[in-house]
Design a protein around this ligand. Structure first.
Ligand code: GLA
Length: 357
């Protein structure tokens, strides 16, 4: 691996990290002003920063072995550099002066799995710039700037969940977040349970042209027809029955999903939490239509495996990883069995959490 010194010929001035996240419940609710329940994963993105001497920004990604130079009047670059560029531009628009910087990025957050590698990169970059330039930004502002970088420079009209999780969550607890008020609570996992995350092997991309932005537009149209500011304002699923399909089923998912999160944070048992996860998957598959056959297969195998309380697709969907809640102490046996059965279906799964070193 090429380190900062080898790439830029000097030592870094500062370093910052941020984790990926896995969402346990509350999918596609954040851009509807609703409720989410993510936790951080052990995998992190780390940026090292220093001042650039030639007047230009230089970005280097270890994993991609790619170097990008931003010249004066440069348009938004593509790939990993778009996130760094977006963070810098947003700070400038906030009125901060960002001198030319060298940024070295390394990450163990899996890409295209629904575990928010992009939010980890945005939050790590903003933390790094905050530290390098002594910017007076708190962790919520960092998350909000990261979300705007994603929307304006990466083309994904996302909610605030991922950046809030990368900025505020830890791996030992669940972060309950009301995405309208940003009220949040740090909660323990259900008793006697731990988290298992498996990649389905089907990689997703949510950016421009994906079903993600389309789903968001459908939700906004549904809220307009229902006469509410956002679908969060509807508490009873019955209330959406009057609007036409597919808006009816899209809203039904959001309303029932919000209710599942609100039940899950009441300190329910692992068994009940798992049932809520299973119901969430069914709702994502049938009403929100963001699953794919491989993910459905993996979720079904997980749900059938003894010791698993519940399982669902996690993240933006259209591929990516599944999250399961499993009995404490059984994660190794369960992982082996599930990967083997999934393999016999002709697919290749990969355990992402717990992290195998
Ligand atoms: C992506 C987005 C989030 C959220 C999830 C779905 O991860 O970035 O804002 O909408 O999808 O829950």
């Amino acid at each position: 691996m090429m380190n900062f010194q080898q790439i830029f010929g000097a030592s870094p001035e500062t370093e910052a990290s941020a984790p990926g996240r896995v969402n346990l419940l509350g999918e596609h609710t954040d851009y509807n002003d609703g409720f989410v329940l993510p936790t951080a994963i052990p995998q992190q993105t780390t940026v090292q920063l220093g001042f650039s001497k030639d007047g230009l920004h230089h970005f280097y990604s270890v994993e991609l072995d790619e170097r990008v130079t931003i010249s004066e009047g440069h348009h938004t670059p593509s790939g990993f550099a778009s996130y760094l560029f977006g963070c810098i531009r947003l700070l400038e628009r906030e009125g901060y002066t960002v001198p030319p910087v060298n940024v070295h990025v390394t990450s163990s957050v899996p890409i295209g799995c629904g575990l928010s590698s992009s939010a980890a990169l945005e939050v790590a970059t903003l933390r790094g710039l905050r530290s390098l330039l002594s910017l007076p930004l708190d962790d919520v502002q960092i998350a909000q700037l990261g979300q705007q970088a994603e929307i304006q420079y990466a083309g994904l009209n996302c909610g605030i969940m991922d950046q809030m999780a990368a900025s505020l969550a830890d791996t030992h607890s669940m972060l309950f977040l009301d995405t309208r008020t940003l009220e949040r609570r740090v909660l323990p996992f259900p008793a006697e349970a731990e988290i298992l995350v498996i990649d389905s092997g089907v990689h997703h991309s949510l950016a421009a042209g994906s079903g993600y932005n389309q789903r968001r537009a459908e939700c906004e149209e549904a809220a307009r027809l229902l006469g509410v500011k956002a679908l969060r304002d509807i508490t009873h699923p019955q209330a959406v029955e009057s609007i036409p399909e597919p808006l009816r089923k899209r809203s039904r998912h959001v309303v029932t999903e919000d209710n599942r999160v609100l039940e899950a944070i009441q300190g329910v048992s692992a068994k009940r939490f798992g049932e809520l996860m299973n119901a969430s998957h069914t709702s994502q598959r049938d009403d929100y239509e963001v699953s794919v056959p491989e993910v459905d297969r993996l979720v079904a195998i997980l749900q059938e495996t003894p010791g698993v309380f519940g399982a669902r697709l996690t993240g933006g969907g259209f591929g990516g990883a599944c999250v399961a809640l499993v009995e404490v102490g059984k994660v190794d046996g369960i992982s082996r069995e599930v990967i083997e059965r999934y393999g016999r279906s002709g697919f290749t799964g990969r355990i992402l959490v717990p992290e195998v070193s």
